[in-house]
Design a protein around this ligand. Sequence first.
Ligand code: NAD
Ligand code: KPL
Length: 303
Amino acid sequence: MTWHILGAGSLGSLWAARLASAGRPVRLILRDRARISAYEEAGGLTLVEQGRAQQHAIPAELPSGSGPISRLLLACKAYDAEAAVQPLLQRLAPGAELILLQNGLGSQDAVAKRLPHARCVLASSTEGAFREADFRVVFAGHGFTWLGDPLQPAAPAWLEELDQAGIPHGWTPDILSRLWRKLALNCAINPLTVLHDCRNGGLAEHPAEVGVLCAELAELLERCGQPDAAEGLHDEVLRVIHATAANYSSMYQDVAHGRRTEISYLLGHACATAARHRLSLPHLQGLHERLKAHLQQRGLPVT
Ligand code: NAD
Ligand code: KPL
């Protein structure tokens, strides 16, 4: 079965190149004719691994292309996900499966609501990749991708294809817990690195601020039925700060490059969930306000 991949960015290109190298049929879905022309001019996707570049001439098509789609990897940013699936609705075959690779929470529900007849598999990834140029992606760090379907615990047969493609992954019956845990880690670290203008390790200078955020995030996770995601959160945040001390967080990099952030699907989602549960989390809400003001000052979207 063909893997349709929407989003030839960092993670989409990584998956596309690995699946194509393993002999799986892959087709990229690019936004418009201009992107298709640019792609053709580039001669395909280039993946750089350990300094070695390899080009993959994977066929590309428009969202309005003609063939049915049975398996779709949605590899765009959370804020693009709902709009990105809209033009594909007519093409989805009965029983189609989507893999939603978005970080944070909120976009997955928005996509699933538009596709009541498709299976949505959610993913939470710690793989690292970045775009060096258009259609040229650098594999930046080994990670792992958790996959799961909150509505259907049985693992799909195509996981075997991920094994063959060398995509490190695991199937979990509790993907929401994984997504909440990552969201909490990202909320405790990423906004503070932006506001303090520092690498992850710089947060070691702000232990009280980190501690109080972790306590509020753990309270939120408990209240919204995710006690496992709350377990040992503060310790893990400290461990990640230490282990990734030299790195700039993904949100820091987005802001530094003048790119839109996924704030609405991280802090925004956490604060909206707290409000729905009538939970007062003053530090988290204050952080959200400070981050929005910071983004606004730089002309970046606050959603
Ligand atoms: P990216 O910006 O590199 O790539 C997204 C691609 O989607 C872009 O090429 C964009 O043009 C394309 N796109 C957006 N809307 C589209 C549309 N309507 N039609 C066709 N293409 C469209 O993003 P990324 O870094 O690969 O991130 C994807 C998701 O994975 C994010 O939620 C991110 O937080 C998460 N993630 C990324 C990494 C990483 O290392 N890059 C690691 C873990 C998680
Ligand atoms: O995932 C991250 C990111 O930068 O987005 C880490 C390294 C965990 C920091 O939150």
